[in-house]
Design a protein around this ligand. Structure first.
Ligand SMILES: [Zn+2]
Ligand SMILES: [Zn+2]
Length: 260
């Protein structure tokens, strides 16, 4: 069984199709998934999906994506997020981090929002789900400053070897998405080859980034199998072995997630 460690089932792209999307995941052997929060103001919709599909092992997170760090609706306190994180279905904090590629929010606001969520994660004793794009130095600096009790995952990893090494050094996991399957991603496959087996996760980041051979389509959790197959090839192991390993890693990191 595989777990999709990162998808966005509340996004409009899925519309009323979520029951079918979750059913197709299970049919494909993807027996659980975290639907990831991007707007704390929309947490109610996110947790509603996790509640509705609790029997299908859908969990959720709570947090603010760096794109939205400066939006008025997302201005909140650590205490508020901490309160929301007490919900039974919430297994992680985020996604949070820095995105200097799009820079939809000013860097200073992104950093403050990121640091606040790391403090929430520490206080809640939950893992953080990190989004980092073109922001290696600040991501590494802020993660290190949060201290050694912090645990989490670099989601949809597509960064530099330096970022991967820094994340591994502080005990973080590395999650690979469909980007791993793209032709142009040889550098990423080389990095993935060197990530220790006990630090690997897989995800879709759906509805975005459908893996080859479905590239360009709307992505969904069932497609985790294609990324996992590529990762198994990169690691020189069977698909079954890779599934066992990444699923065990998932429950090590997301230890609040319990199978139904
Ligand atoms: Zn992200
Ligand atoms: Zn995401």
């Amino acid at each position: 069984m595989l777990i999709d460690s990162h998808c966005h089932l509340d996004f409009e792209d899925f519309g009323a199709e979520v029951p079918e999307v979750v059913a197709r995941a299970h049919q494909a052997g993807v027996g659980g998934m975290i639907t990831i929060c991007t707007h704390v103001s929309k947490f109610a919709q996110v947790v509603a999906v996790a509640d509705k599909f609790a029997a299908q092992n859908v969990w959720c997170s709570v947090g603010i994506h760096p794109h939205h760090a400066a939006e008025p609706a997302e201005q909140t306190t650590a205490a508020h997020i901490l309160e929301l994180a007490k919900h039974l279905r919430v297994v992680g904090i985020g996604e949070c981090g820095l995105d200097y590629y799009y820079e939809h929010s000013p860097k200073a606001e992104q950093q403050a929002c990121f640091e606040m969520q790391l403090q929430v994660a520490l206080e809640a004793d939950l893992p953080v789900i990190i989004h980092s794009r073109e922001a290696d130095d600040d991501t590494i600096r802020i993660l290190r400053a949060a201290g050694s009790k912090l645990r989490g995952v670099m989601h949809c990893f597509s960064g530099t070897r330096r970022l991967a090494e820094a994340a591994l050094e502080i005990g973080f996991f590395i999650s690979l998405s469909g980007i791993l399957t793209f032709n142009k991603s040889q550098d990423l496959r080389d990095i993935a080859r060197d990530v220790p087996l006990d630090r690997l996760l897989v995800e879709t980041d759906s509805p975005y980034l459908a893996p080859v051979p479905l590239r360009g389509k709307r992505n969904e959790p069932a497609f985790t199998v294609h990324t996992a197959a590529k990762l198994a090839e990169v690691k020189g192991m069977s698909a079954d072995e890779l599934a066992r390993l990444t699923t065990a890693n998932f429950f090590t990191l997301f230890n609040k997630a319990k199978l139904a």
